[in-house]
Ligand binder design. Structure first.
Ligand code: NDP
Length: 328
């Protein structure tokens, strides 16, 4: 059976390229569950994969798409049967394993999760890897004892997918959120997501000093680089920074001073290999906190055919929030 997919190729003759193509089901990789994909989403990592800007893709041809939600079509896995509504994010999807930007996916059933009842496949992809990563970041702050009454929390890359969710989740949990962004859209960040104030991201990206004015009790950082170094240097005594991204840079040109002189904790966030218990807890919390109104504000929908023309906007930081891809 033929199905449509985004396919990335890389060879000496034509170089690195992505195109929409029809594939035969016999070309699907090994796996014990085949899923009819309903929705996928576009994440920064998908942009890196599709453009080849960073070596995200490990084998070719590759179907990108780090997450998907859909309906089981065939299963040899004991926990899943035809008709089950499932989703998947992480586990190397779209990097080492064919991903969600295709009408069909075949995967290892151990990686799948059944959708919480209150979420539709579209909701799950509006949240997607970005919302789930933001939730893991909030959980890391909580694990380190951060509560709303302790003080304000900073979110960097606040208009992006992870940042939008981090801002909205924290605000809904009662935190006072400072949103750092290059696109100060007060209607979106303050009125719709619930940030208390906005700062221009340039205030955090210039070279700073090992210890700066103590401003926030915690931060969720999706940009890395000099910004992350300055964020760590600006955290109050005993605070926590959840580092989950690298939209600015993979580098960390920082100092240990905040860690050894202010007892600041730097908590690393990985969504890809996160153990199932934590993964399920994050999705349970998301289903509790997020509602249709918020998902409508944060996400907009495109079709599979529009993926390749949308990627340049995503990589240029011209897209607010999340892009949900309607696949099948
Ligand atoms: P988006 O492209 O949606 O958002 C990234 C945001 O970062 C932009 O919207 C922009 O926010 C900000 N930004 C972009 N370029 C720069 C820059 N040069 N300096 C400072 N800020 C910048 O991406 P996602 O939200 O999907 O992902 C964000 C990051 O998180 C990525 O690095 C991604 O790889 C990572 N990630 C990590 C995961 C994990 O498991 N740890 C899982 C998912 C994502 P604004 O316009 O508000 O300034």
């Amino acid at each position: 059976m033929i199905f449509k997919a985004v396919v990335i190729e890389n060879d000496a003759q034509d170089g690195y390229r992505a195109e929409i193509r029809e594939l035969d089901e016999s070309q699907l990789p090994e796996g014990d569950v085949t899923v009819l994909v309903s929705y996928s989403s576009l994440n920064y990592k998908d942009g890196l994969a599709i453009t080849g800007k960073k070596p995200v893709v490990r084998s070719f041809p590759m179907v990108p798409g780090i997450d998907f939600a859909g309906v089981v079509d065939e299963s040899r896995h004991p926990e899943y049967k035809k008709g089950d509504v499932v989703f998947l994010n992480g586990w190397g999807l779209g990097e080492t394993r064919w991903g969600g930007l295709a009408e069909k996916a075949r995967v290892n059933g151990d990686w799948l999760t059944c959708l919480p009842e209150s979420l539709s496949p579209k909701d799950a992809m509006a949240i997607g890897t970005a919302g789930y990563t933001a939730m893991l970041s909030v959980m890391a702050l909580e694990f380190n004892g951060i509560t709303p009454e302790k003080g304000p929390v900073l979110v960097t890359g606040a208009s992006g997918g992870v940042g939008s969710f981090a801002t909205a989740l924290l605000a809904r949990l009662g935190y006072r959120v400072t949103a750092s962004t290059g696109r100060p859209d007060t209607d979106y960040l303050i009125n719709k997501l619930g940030a208390a104030e906005i700062i221009d991201r340039s205030t955090l990206s210039a070279k700073g000093t090992p210890l700066m004015k103590e401003q926030w009790v915690a931060a969720i950082d999706s940009v890395g680089g000099q910004t992350l170094a300055n964020v760590c240097a600006s955290i109050r005594y005993g605070g926590t920074v959840a580092a989950c991204g690298m939209a600015e840079s993979l580098d960390f040109p920082g100092s240990v001073a905040p860690f050894i002189l202010r007892g600041v904790t730097l908590a690393g966030i990985d969504s890809v290999k996160c153990p199932p218990e934590k993964r399920n807890e994050a999705w349970r919390r998301l289903a509790e906190i997020v509602d249709a109104g918020l998902l409508g504000e944060i996400s907009h929908e495109i079709s599979l055919d529009e993926v390749l023309t949308t990627i340049p906007d995503l990589m240029a930081g011209r897209i607010k929030g999340r892009v949900v891809v309607s696949v099948g």
